[in-house]
Design a protein around this ligand. Structure first.
Ligand code: NAP
Length: 305
């Protein structure tokens, strides 16, 4: 039986792995994907991680993984189906086996939210994308639209503007949510145009995206943008699903936990984007990993009493 099983290998899971090894815990990280790093892997440039300005997201993810490897962290590729609380024993059920641990850190992160408009599902992979760094190369010298007004949408628009001919950024309000420094970069680009106060009615096309139909929420006017690519960046949803039903979640599915990362179930902790928190950033995810393992250590002491 492990002292702790960490589920997920994004920044929260990797920081937890580093802290767990430094605490001398018998630990295991279960990761769904073949590469560690989580959402960071597909971030072109990270400009707010202290001491590493402008680092490529893939490099940052790899460096975190190498750090954990150097400390002897154990990793296994497996999709976790459920976590069951049996008091002092937690059972982690994967597609292949049931593992046991004294404690669990839920660090499954979050995934892209969908727009839920006609054409989105039908044209996914045929011009509709949720990852600019993964798919941007298919749109060299083409016209694309990014939907959203947060950090990811603006980062995506800036990234795409390097190779695409024209980039529209469509936002439903008249003010972006993204960090001001990112906005400044965006507004300096000659081939980017922001369409304010507008929502997507539908994504049009036969076998490939041909355009998007927008409605201005203030005037009611419709506008059609002829684009070959649609990048959806309208936020994230927690990857909590049905994994740990016993730990209380909020209405969006985030595990309810404070800065100590303790969930409603003793011995089960939630770290990173999957827990309720104000600021979801790499820097707060790694802080969660550290706090969760501190909680794990305290919890393990109580088991011995
Ligand atoms: P976000 O900050 O939640 O922004 C989502 C954007 O999409 C908002 O502008 C929102 O509009 C818009 N939106 C939501 N639903 C929509 C809909 N149905 N139709 C049209 N627009 C819609 O999400 P994000 O940009 O994906 O970022 C996710 C988290 O990761 C954030 O906490 C962000 O700060 C963080 N992040 C961190 C870093 C970093 O640490 N370097 C980098 C990237 C992202 P409203 O503004 O009107 O709500």
């Amino acid at each position: 039986m492990k002292d702790v099983i960490i589920i997920g290998s994004g920044p929260a899971g990797l920081a937890a792995a580093i802290y767990a090894r430094r605490a001398g815990l018998d630990m295991l990280v279960l990761e769904k994907n073949y590469a560690s790093g989580g959402q960071v892997l597909t971030t072109y440039e990270v400009d707010n991680y202290p001491a590493l300005p402008g680092i490529n997201g893939f490099d940052l993810g790899m460096q975190m993984r190498e750090h954990a490897d150097r400390l002897g962290a154990e990793f296994k590729e497996a999709e976790v189906l459920s976590v069951m609380n049996e008091g002092t024993v937690k059972k982690v059920v994967t597609g292949e086996e049931t593992l046991e641990a004294r404690s669990v850190v839920l660090a499954m992160g979050a995934s892209h939210a969908k727009l839920s408009v006609p054409g989105e599902e039908e044209l996914a992979g045929m011009g509709v994308s949720y990852c600019a760094t993964c798919d941007g190369a298919f749109f060299q010298n083409k016209d694309v639209v990014v939907i959203g007004g947060g950090d990811v949408a603006v980062e995506d628009a800036v990234f795409l503007a390097r190779t695409s001919r024209k980039v529209w950024l469509v936002h439903r309000r008249d003010e972006l949510r993204a960090a001001k420094s990112l906005q400044q970069k965006l507004f300096e680009l000659p081939n980017v145009e922001v369409v304010w106060d507008s929502i997507v009615q539908k994504i049009e096309g036969g076998t490939q995206v041909e355009g998007v139909l927008l409605t201005n929420v203030k005037s009611g006017e419709e506008q059609r943008l002829p684009v070959q690519g649609v990048f959806v960046a309208v936020g994230i949803l927690p990857n909590s699903g049905e994994i740990c039903k016993e730990a209380r979640q909020d209405e969006k599915g985030y595990y309810i936990a404070g800065e100590d990362c303790a969930t409603s179930v003793p011995g089960i902790f939630a770290a990173g984007d999957v827990r309720t928190k104000r600021l979801r950033q790499i820097v707060t995810a790694v802080a969660d990993g550290a706090n969760a393992i501190t909680g794990v250590q305290d919890y393990l002491v109580t088991l011995k009493m």
